[in-house]
Design a protein around this ligand. Structure first.
Ligand code: ZN
Length: 119
């Protein structure tokens, strides 16, 4: 289950981000592509297992699942690939390139900002 390793590196990145800003992370957004071979449920499960009973318990994981998209090399139309049909819906050619679907990105980290001390 490689999701556990991925969850761990995401948490490492979140903690590093929180440390530099001296605040507590409350929510983390991840972008996962259809082609990345990551099971979002397994990732969610790993994430919860790793944060349970730690400082990060209760941290929300927000997963954005990205469908496979291609761009036509002839007319530049961008389209979602379904059922392995790679023909351009606009002009019908099959000359196109993959532009998304392989993402594994940390989209954002939401931090709880502490009120600046007035003392
Ligand atoms: Zn086209």
């Amino acid at each position: 289950m490689h999701e556990l390793g991925i969850a761990q590196s995401v948490l490492d990145a979140v903690q590093a981000e929180a440390a530099t800003r001296n605040s507590k992370p409350v929510k983390v957004g991840l972008r996962i592509g259809e082609l990345s071979a990551i099971d979002p449920d397994a990732l969610r499960f790993s994430f919860e297992a790793l944060t349970a009973e730690t400082d990060l318990q209760g941290l929300t994981l927000d997963i954005e699942f990205c469908r496979r998209r291609h761009r036509c090399l002839d007319c530049a139309t961008e389209f979602e690939v379904k059922d392995f049909i790679f023909d351009c819906p606009q002009c019908g050619t099959n000359r196109n390139e993959c532009i998304s679907g392989e993402e594994l990105q940390l989209a954002y980290v939401e931090l709880e900002e502490y009120e600046p001390s007035t003392a």
